[in-house]
Design a protein around this ligand. Structure first.
Ligand SMILES: N[C@@H](CCC(=O)N[C@@H](CS)C(=O)NCC(=O)O)C(=O)O
Length: 264
């Protein structure tokens, strides 16, 4: 049995749900409320010592780290394959996923905490907020969250986060010349992994990163949205509370991006 501990909008959880949907795999699981701090529950921390989602449990075997979960699923359930056959294309797929782990994920969480999550977390009293932050085991992540919550889009690391997003989307545009998918003719784990990061940018008002500027990425995103996995794995799990959290002034995020990226 596949059991997924996840967050309804967590980008890392979404990428796993997309892969499960693309593979037609049924799963059971639990949605953790990350704003409430469910990820710090002792029973969960035993499974995932980083106290983040997602965590996959397959027949009692625990797999953490979303990229590794994607690769695990593709190997444990080979049909349909979601990695290219060609070694160079496989390396390209892994590179797109590595760039997420090395930078895009932090960039995404920085911007999310500076906007949507900030709105909700600022409803806590200062003591509650301090308690929330103190539970985060990763010191860098904790500090980025603190700054994003304190300063919003003016936080010092937001500019770098936007530059990282811009570069990733430029890399996608370059790769998609040989598309229609990121590693060529077939949909792969690289496409599944990138999906929630574009969706998050879209929701926060940053779709101008590709609209009219990166036509191949714009066409890719439309292609991705048309796949059944997008509705079932990305859109359907969004709750009313999530919709409220992500109702943010889109023009403010885009104004910040235009300033940082010097877009006219
Ligand atoms: N490298 C990890 C990152 C996981 C991660 O950062 N998850 C976020 C949600 S996307 C989380 O659980 N955050 C918990 C928190 O904000 O305290 C992975 O790819 O699984």
């Amino acid at each position: 049995m596949l059991y997924l501990y996840q967050g309804s909008t967590s980008v890392c959880s979404v990428k796993v749900r997309v892969a499960l949907a693309e593979k037609g795999l049924a799963f059971d699981g639990e949605v953790l409320d990350l704003q409430r701090g469910d990820q710090h529950r002792p029973d969960y921390a035993k499974l995932n010592p980083n106290e983040v989602v997602p965590t996959l449990v397959h027949d009692g075997k625990v797999v953490i780290e979303s990229t590794l979960i994607l690769e695990y699923l593709d190997e444990a359930f080979p049909e349909p394959p979601l990695m290219p056959v060609d070694p160079f294309a496989r390396a390209q797929a892994r590179l797109f996923m590595k760039k997420i782990d090395d930078g895009l994920h932090s960039a995404c969480s920085t911007i999310t905490f500076a906007t949507a999550n900030r709105k909700v977390l600022l409803r806590k009293t200062p003591d509650e907020l301090a308690e929330h932050l103190a539970k985060i085991p990763n010191v860098d992540y904790r500090e980025r969250q603190r700054l994003s919550i304190a300063h919003g889009l003016a936080a010092p690391h937001v500019a770098q986060a936007l530059l990282t997003y811009e570069k990733y989307i430029l890399d996608m545009e370059t790769a998609l010349v040989d598309g229609p998918y990121l590693t060529g003719s077939d949909y792969t784990l690289a496409d599944a992994a990138a999906t929630p990061y574009l969706f998050r940018a879209d929701v926060l008002g940053l779709d101008g990163l590709w609209l009219e500027r990166r036509p191949l990425v714009a066409a890719w995103y439309e292609r991705i949205k048309a796949r059944p996995s997008f509705q079932s794995a990305v859109v359907d799990p969004i709750s009313e509370a999530d919709r409220e959290r992500f109702t943010v002034p889109r023009e403010e995020s885009w104004a910040k991006a235009r300033e940082v990226l010097a877009i006219a």
